[in-house]
Design a binder for this molecule. Structure first.
Ligand code: NDP
Ligand code: MG
Length: 385
């Protein structure tokens, strides 16, 4: 049995990962469950899966949790306990399904303790791609992508030499505002932004999908996973979300991965790799599909995508700046404090004002994240209100 630690078990990816585990009895044992503050759901998960270790990062939530009795499961709480949980000895693979920059340190710690990573938390690679991929090499650990597009690349690249990659064709649904122009998006409401046409995900990534910042984050994620240059990554809008991405090789062949849009598939493949197992994911019916269409992305309206290429090409701390400003902007948007398009203003402001530092260490990244958040909160308070 593979022993899995799930960080972010109460989220969209975390709960779907537990569904994968339920659907494959005898394949997996949950060694660690970790989340932030959702005590009610977390308690149910701990009762059902009886992990060796259960951690809530939020101290107040942990205080509520620890009153309960979960038999042999050891309970811990707080940020440091969350990070340390990744090093728990009896784990083969750590699924990083927590959201945002908070995923960087635990992922690094997991790699340093020799654990293979099933990576959902793309922010980790966006912010610390160089450090993380170098550490993975040094400690001989695999980073198995969970993001559907990167999981698709991974499947297309089985048995291939990465040097023969000509282009990564990264598909994007286009989100709820595909085809819309800036003037039509000025007063976009939270409900409109959160109404994703094909995927049901956590709120933060759903906003990122509407702004195409998510696709931008995925461009940087792909660069680090597959070692290509940014000019080899081409975003292709594909509204049906059936082709999850494609690889073009130097001989002109293109290999694509197709499946129904269901995150349980890429999660399962990352967890069962190199094996394939049956899954409950709906099979494609080509008589029903009829059309698979492809369009160019609109970089002018969805500036987030361009910012990501700019940040990636500049390198150093700029992807960290891009990510931190976006996290602050999305949080403020969800709280109704800024408008949808002002997310781009917050990112642009930070990218213009923060000085880029080359070859950042983890400490540099923590500082950059902190300073960008401060700058962006101040910008929102003084310029956007
Ligand atoms: P959710 O918001 O649904 O879930 C986030 C999870 O992380 C929850 O378990 C939450 O705990 C926990 N969490 C949040 N903040 C912290 C923190 N500071 N410390 C520890 N744990 C924390 O997110 P998603 O599942 O949608 O996304 C998770 C990651 O996977 C993101 O990086 C996202 O980009 C990526 N991803 C998601 C996809 C999807 O389909 N959802 C697709 C591809 C990638 P709690 O609920 O207890 O507060
Ligand atoms: Mg994706």
């Amino acid at each position: 049995m593979k022993k899995i630690a799930i960080l972010g078990s109460t989220g969209s990816i975390g709960t779907q990962a537990l569904d994968v585990v339920r659907n494959l009895p005898g394949e997996f044992k949950i060694s660690v469950l970790a989340a932030n503050s959702n005590v009610e759901l977390f308690s149910k998960q701990v009762e059902e899966f009886q992990p060796d270790l259960a951690v809530l990062a939020d101290e107040e939530s942990y205080k509520i949790l620890k009153i309960k009795n979960f038999g042999k499961t050891i309970l811990t709480g707080g940020r440091q306990a969350f990070i340390d949980a990744t090093t728990y000895d009896d784990t083969d693979i750590v699924l990083t399904a927590m959201s945002g920059f908070a995923g960087l340190e635990p992922t690094i710690k997991a790699i340093e303790s020799g654990k293979n990573i099933a990576l959902a938390n793309k922010e980790t690679l966006v912010v610390g791609g160089e450090i993380v991929t170098n550490l993975a090499k040094k400690f001989g650990v695999k980073i198995l992508p969970v993001d559907s597009e990167h999981g698709a690349f991974f499947q297309c690249l089985q048995g291939e030499n990465y040097k023969s990659i000509e282009k990564l064709l990264l598909t994007a649904s286009g989100g709820p505002f595909r085809g819309k122009k800036t003037a039509e998006l000025k007063n976009a409401t939270k409900n409109e932004v959160l109404a994703h046409p094909t995927w049901n995900m956590g709120q933060k990534i759903t906003v990122d999908s509407a702004s195409l910042v998510n696709k931008g984050l995925e461009v940087i994620e792909a660069k680090w996973l597959y070692g290509v240059d940014y000019n080899q990554i081409q975003v292709v809008v594909h509204p049906q979300s059936i082709v999850h991405s494609m690889v073009e090789f130097c001989d002109g062949s293109i290999i694509a991965q197709l499946a129904a849009p269901d995150m349980r598939l890429p999660i399962q493949y990352a967890l069962t790799y190199p094996d394939r197992k049956i899954s409950p994911v709906k099979k494609l019916d080509f008589w029903q599909i009829k059309n698979l269409t492809f369009e160019q992305p609109d970089f002018k309206t969805f500036k987030g995508l361009q910012f990501a290429y700019d940040a990636g090409n500049a390198g150093g701390t700029l992807p960290c700046t891009f990510n931190a400003a976006n996290e602050v902007a999305v949080e403020n948007f969800l709280q109704g404090k800024i408008k949808f398009l002002q997310i781009y203003d917050v990112i642009e402001n930070a990218m213009l004002k923060r000085e880029v530092k080359k070859n950042p260490t983890l400490e540099t990244l923590l500082e950059e994240d902190f300073e960008t958040r401060r700058l962006s909160e101040k910008f929102i308070g003084s310029e956007l209100n």
